[in-house]
Ligand binder design. Structure first.
Ligand SMILES: [Zn+2]
Length: 137
């Protein structure tokens, strides 16, 4: 435990006054790791170069003292990927609850709807467009 405490202390000392990790840095690191695997799997050296550049970029961001600029970059990233991140989050919830609910889209407006599994045939009224149709769950 003392060893881990010493590592934690030296890490916090190294990061003092620095920007630190955020969502963008983490995504850059994950993509870099993915590119590293891709480089080994395909043998294409360009992936390795991009992977290495990603590590350098992430380390630069984490140890940057210009906190305002890094926060601005992160906010821009969060704004640009809001829709995609929401889609992924909702897909995860749908996958987690797939045994409890049957998910489907409204045939008219493509809004996502759900029915409790085992409820039989139901007449569904879409809350977005008011379209009525029957669905079996
Ligand atoms: Zn609808």
């Amino acid at each position: 435990m003392r060893f881990m405490d010493r590592i934690r202390q030296s890490l916090s000392r190294a990061l003092y006054g620095r920007y630190g990790s955020d969502q963008l840095s983490r995504v850059i690191l994950y993509v870099s790791i993915g590119l590293l695997f891709l480089a080994y799997a395909t043998g294409i050296g360009l992936f390795m170069t991009f992977s290495f550049a990603g590590y350098i970029w992430a380390i630069f961001r984490i140890f940057s003292k210009n906190k305002e600029a890094r926060a601005r970059e992160n906010m821009l990233y969060l704004q640009k990927t809001e829709k995609l991140r929401t889609e992924i989050r909702q897909a995860r919830v749908r996958f987690r609850n797939r045994k409890q609910y049957k998910y489907f889209k409204c045939p008219q407006c493509r809004a996502r709807l759900r029915l409790t599994r085992g409820c039989g045939e139901k007449t569904v009224t879409c809350q977005c467009c008011g379209h009525k149709f029957t669905m079996h769950a």
